[in-house]
Write a protein that binds this ligand. Structure first.
Ligand code: DAT
Length: 183
């Protein structure tokens, strides 16, 4: 069966990634509402279940324990029907996902959103540089097959509505690959 997991899942798994502030949680929440898939916010999960190795003073965030996160999610991802929301994507098993969405925004929009969030100047600069250099799109392309990676603009609420509509349609039309007949 091709690739393993994707041959058994009854519903697709979607990864939404992108620089912090690009709108992953906003999009994931709206898409979960529209499709009835399960929204998994990795940042929340890491905090709730202590799947980290402490606090990083320089980057002002938890040091995520990638192995613990993957162990925690293995069964639920195997089952399918998940929307995973995280600002990184290279440590998840490739077989978990049927679509990888990379959200992108204009720099001025990102600057305003991160300022409103109260991020420090250093954290804002790091994230804007990450967006300018297309770090997450590059990471996604290196980690997943080209045909499942999609870059989406998310500057406005209209963008969210349009992206959710397109993806909901894709989820409705998603079907389990037919088993290969054996003689
Ligand atoms: P992320 O999960 O990528 O960190 P978020 O969903 O928390 O981002 O969004 C950050 C802020 O920007 C939040 O106040 C909601 C707002 N926002 C997100 N996407 C938007 C969009 N497409 N248009 C307008 N505002 C948006």
């Amino acid at each position: 069966m091709a690739g393993g997991g994707e041959g058994r899942r009854k519903k697709p798994n979607i990864l939404i990634t992108g620089t912090p502030g690009t709108g992953k949680t906003t999009m994931a929440t709206a898409l979960a509402d529209s499709t009835q898939l399960r929204h998994i916010n990795i940042g929340d999960l890491v905090r709730e279940k202590n799947l980290h190795d402490g606090w990083d003073e320089e980057f002002e965030c938890h040091v995520i324990n990638e192995d613990l996160v993957c162990d925690e999610l293995e069964d639920v991802m195997d089952e399918g029907g998940n929307i995973v929301d995280y600002h990184g994507c290279d440590f998840f098993p490739e077989r978990w996902f049927d679509r990888v969405l990379v959200l992108q925004v204009e720099n001025s929009v990102l600057f305003d959103r991160l300022t409103k969030r109260g991020y420090s100047q250093t954290k804002i600069t790091n994230n804007i540089e990450c967006e300018i250099f297309g770090v997450l799109l590059e990471e996604a392309k290196e980690s997943y097959p080209d045909q499942i990676v999609v870059a989406l603009q998310s500057n406005t609420i209209e963008d969210v509505a349009r992206n959710v509509e397109t993806l909901s349609e894709w989820v409705r039309n998603w079907s389990v690959p037919l088993p290969v007949p054996s003689s």
